[in-house]
Design a protein. Structure first.
Length: 132
């Protein structure tokens, strides 16, 4: 079975395994504990130390560029007061990463395999070099 880039995008936005499409990125009953491998298809989700950096960068980028910088721009334009700006930035800094944690893992795997779809185990099967 060949996984297309469209399926990789759909699975990524739905926070599903990019290989099999199941909801297996996180351990059952846990909000933040990532499975080292997909229990259904065996795809390695945590590829060793430093794997968290991809989701971390996505999480940080969305929080900083999507919330904190626009709030600071509103303050600079005089649309928000200092207390409101500080409160919104503080709340975004605390809640943004928590709310985006699971999505950022799905998005990271989506980006990785969108650009390297041949690295998915489902796409490795049937490659010409496998027949040798
Ligand atoms: Zn899977």
């Amino acid at each position: 079975m060949k996984v297309t880039r469209a399926q990789i995008l759909a699975n990524g936005f739905a926070c599903r395994c990019p290989n099999c499409g199941q909801r297996t990125l996180f351990r059952t009953g846990s909000l933040f504990s990532v499975n080292p491998t997909c229990p259904t298809c065996g795809l390695r989700i945590e590829k060793g130390e430093g794997t968290f950096l991809g989701p971390f960068v996505i999480n940080y980028g969305v929080t900083a560029f999507g919330v904190i910088i626009p709030v600071i721009v509103l303050y600079a334009l005089g649309k928000l007061g200092a207390a409101a700006t500080l409160s919104l930035c503080f709340a975004a800094a605390l809640l943004g990463p928590l709310l985006l944690y699971r999505l950022s893992w799905g998005w990271w795997l989506m980006l990785y395999y969108f650009f390297l779809p041949d690295n998915l185990p489902a796409n490795l099967e049937g490659r010409p070099e496998d027949d040798e």
